[in-house]
Design a protein around this ligand. Structure first.
Ligand code: CP
Length: 313
């Protein structure tokens, strides 16, 4: 297995295929640990991880906390609400003051693209991007890739369809960079208004037809309509969106029977996916959540130790 050299994990755009494989292989070893009766290893004993979340999160925040604890690190969870940010302290001063406790790794989520990169350039600690605006959410794409590799045995030469609110999605961008490094064809599918023009220059194919996206796809990633980021109307009505882009019993027939349906969650049932498919799609989506823990253990370990993790019995 290769060695990890980077100080930060800010996105998948700049990672090589080999670096992605180092993370996924380490995550495989950590998944084995999470299946043991005692789910804890001393790998990061004495290290300090701080989760700095300036935007809401359920899965990413809890899994980074649990990942740090299972690695025996000290972990602090910071939320912007209730902090001195409300008294006017800047984000950089907040980071610098917490850094004074000799923090090894900051895990940062922020609603503005680029803020995580900005902070990473101004701290001596390692930084993990836990989602910045519309830019990247690398650990989400890594857990998606981990799940696909586990189920299909390979990430190569797949057709991956990403469907939904592409415009606001950092998950779409990270998955485009990730899957395309394994020679997989990534299709993005949405109404024209939800696909930015610059996607012409990304390693993906654009379609406005759900049937074209689903046809022969081995992997489908459904994306949430991010109403909280929509300052203007992107489609004429929710009913119209659902008619053309929601996954339901009818259009599921366009997919091969073994296709994987993923969703980063939270899910708006009956908008992205019909609630009649809940029982069918939920088990794999919850497996994604579980895999997120292993992937985040791997990322924290690699950033702290700069070497791959292999299970020794
Ligand atoms: N998928 C994801 O990032 O979920 P949270 O916003 O709950 O962390």
């Amino acid at each position: 297995m290769g060695e990890w050299q980077r100080k930060h994990l800010l996105g998948l755009k700049d990672l090589t295929r080999e670096e992605i494989e180092v993370i996924l292989n380490s995550a495989q070893a950590f998944k084995e640990i999470s299946e043991r009766e005692v789910k804890k290893v001393p790998a990061l004993r004495g290290k300090t991880v701080v989760n700095l979340f300036f935007e809401p999160s359920t899965r990413t925040k809890t899994s980074f906390e649990l990942a740090a604890k299972r690695l025996s690190a000290d972990v602090v969870n910071f939320s912007s609400s209730g902090s001195s940010l409300v008294k006017g302290e800047t984000i950089l001063d907040t980071l610098k003051n917490i850094e004074a406790y000799s923090v090894d790794i900051f895990v940062i989520r922020h609603s503005v693209s680029g803020v995580v990169f900005y902070l990473s350039q101004r701290t001596t600690s390692s930084v993990v991007n836990a989602g910045d605006g519309q830019n990247e959410h690398p650990t989400q794409a890594l857990l998606d890739m981990f799940t696909v590799r586990e189920k299909l045995g390979s990430l190569e030469n797949l057709k991956v369809a990403i469907i939904g609110d592409i415009y606001h999605s950092r998950v779409a961008r990270s998955n485009i960079w990730g899957f395309s490094k394994f020679s997989s064809s990534v299709y993005v599918c949405a109404p024209k208004t939800l696909i930015p023009k610059y996607f012409d220059n990304l390693p993906c194919k654009i379609t406005y037809s759900l049937k074209t996206a689903l046809d022969q796809a081995q992997v489908v990633i459904m994306l949430r309509i991010q109403k909280e980021r929509m300052k203007e109307r992107f489609f004429s009505s929710q009913r119209e969106y659902v008619k053309y882009y929601s996954l339901n019993e009818e259009n599921l027939k366009f997919l091969p029977p073994q296709a994987l349906v993923l969703h980063p969650a939270p899910i708006n049932w009956d908008i992205e996916i019909a609630s009649s498919l809940k029982e069918k799609v939920s088990p794999l989506i919850l497996e994604q959540v579980n895999n997120g823990l292993a992937v985040r253990m791997a990322v924290l370990y690699l950033l702290a130790e700069k070497k791959s993790y292999e299970v020794v019995d």
